[in-house]
Design a protein around this ligand. Structure first.
Ligand SMILES: *Cc1c(COP(=O)(O)O)cnc(C)c1O
Length: 355
């Protein structure tokens, strides 16, 4: 069975062997203050920076999930308010979490085929702590491109730019220097089982976290940063998850190659679904379509039929999310989804839905 779910998503087949190695090499009961685990964390951070092109002066932290990052950012980097630009469920949830903690936070919802106009965004740069965007909105299969992020970064004033990159981190070649906080979890483009999040902070974000000096939460940034100076965490971390990440990163090609492969596959898939099938791309604007999550739409009865037939053919298609649940299908174009799966998907449509 090939799975195209956009999270939890396909894991690399090699994970099976890595799990056995983790057991055999005594990683599962290794103490998180031991030299063994400290060395693993140090190596994993080094490899993550090298393989994903993260600037050397950025800080990498481990968390439990992307959702936890929403709370950490509201608690530790938002003394006043954050501003949220969103067009789907994940961005909106982030906004709601932030608002629950910092009620003065505001948001703006934009359209699925729209590239928001940076110059007219309703936030006051010097009265806003964080500007928050979802680089790849998994629920709507849309993406904010590099040029947009750059334009936004250039008009931040005193605010920091925080980016949810959960379904593109380790898939796309993100320009980390053009934002202050990037985060995601590993069950999407890392090709790993869920249960670990990664947060990447610019020097400016680290300085701001120290100035805000949140001490009220177990995963408050100052304590996390202090522990990470010695490659440790405040709590017993997911050592298995970190070990698996280290193995997968060691196998990884440079992110530029991974990125190009995903871009090429996405172009082919969009072109195929534009022409040859009863479904059509959910997003019509080429500029806002996601590279890593391909959204397709059709009427609910047809979608149900397609999902059923695909399952019989060994293809687990991703359902829509939130309000788009019954009228869309999502196809994860993640690095761990093999080319053979994409070919099988195309062949399925050619055979079952010839035009
Ligand atoms: C999956 C996802 C999340 C949630 O990730 P968790 O690890 O389950 O907390 C958040 N944001 C986006 C964009 C996602 O795709």
């Amino acid at each position: 069975m090939y799975t195209f779910n956009p999270g939890p998503s396909a894991v690399y087949p090699a994970v099976r062997q890595y799990l056995t190695d983790a057991f055999d090499q005594d990683w599962l009961s290794a103490g998180h203050r031991s030299e063994k685990v400290i060395g693993l964390v140090r190596q994993t951070v080094t490899d993550l920076k090298a393989k994903l092109n993260v600037p050397q002066d950025y800080t990498v932290l481990f968390t439990g999930s992307a959702t936890e990052c929403w709370e950490i950012l509201a608690q530790s980097l938002t003394p006043r308010r954050s501003f949220h630009l969103y067009n789907g469920d994940f961005g909106e949830k982030w906004f709601k979490y932030a608002q629950a903690i910092r009620p003065a936070s505001t948001g703006l919802k934009f359209g699925l085929d729209e590239v928001p106009d940076v110059a007219s965004l309703p936030f006051a740069p010097d009265d806003t702590d964080l500007v928050c965007i979802t680089q790849n909105e998994t629920s709507t299969a849309t993406q904010l491109r590099e040029g947009f992020v750059l334009n936004l970064y250039n008009r931040l004033g005193g605010a920091l730019l925080a980016v949810d990159a959960t379904s593109s981190l380790a898939g796309l070649n993100l320009k980390y220097i053009k934002a202050d906080i990037w985060y995601g979890s590993v069950q999407k483009c890392f090709g790993l089982p869920a249960g670990l999040g990664v947060m990447i902070l610019s020097p400016r974000a680290v300085a701001q976290a120290k100035a805000v000096n949140d001490r009220a939460h177990y995963n408050a940034l100052p304590a996390m940063l202090a522990q990470m100076l010695n490659y440790q965490t405040n709590y017993t971390p997911n050592v298995l998850g970190i070990y698996l990440m280290s193995r997968v990163l060691a196998d990884r090609e440079p992110i530029k190659n991974v990125h190009q492969h995903l871009v090429d596959r996405a172009e082919k898939l969009y072109a195929f679904f534009e022409q040859a099938t009863p479904l059509s791309p959910l997003i019509s604007n080429y500029e806002t379509r996601s590279t890593t999550v391909i959204g397709l739409r059709g009427d609910a009865a047809l979608i149900e039929e397609i999902k059923g037939k695909a399952k019989e053919a060994g293809l687990q298609l991703g359902s829509g999310y939130g309000p788009l649940k019954n009228t869309t299908i999502r196809i994860a174009n993640f690095p761990a989804v093999p080319d053979a799966a994409m070919e099988a998907l195309v062949q399925f449509f050619v055979k079952e839905y010839p035009n």
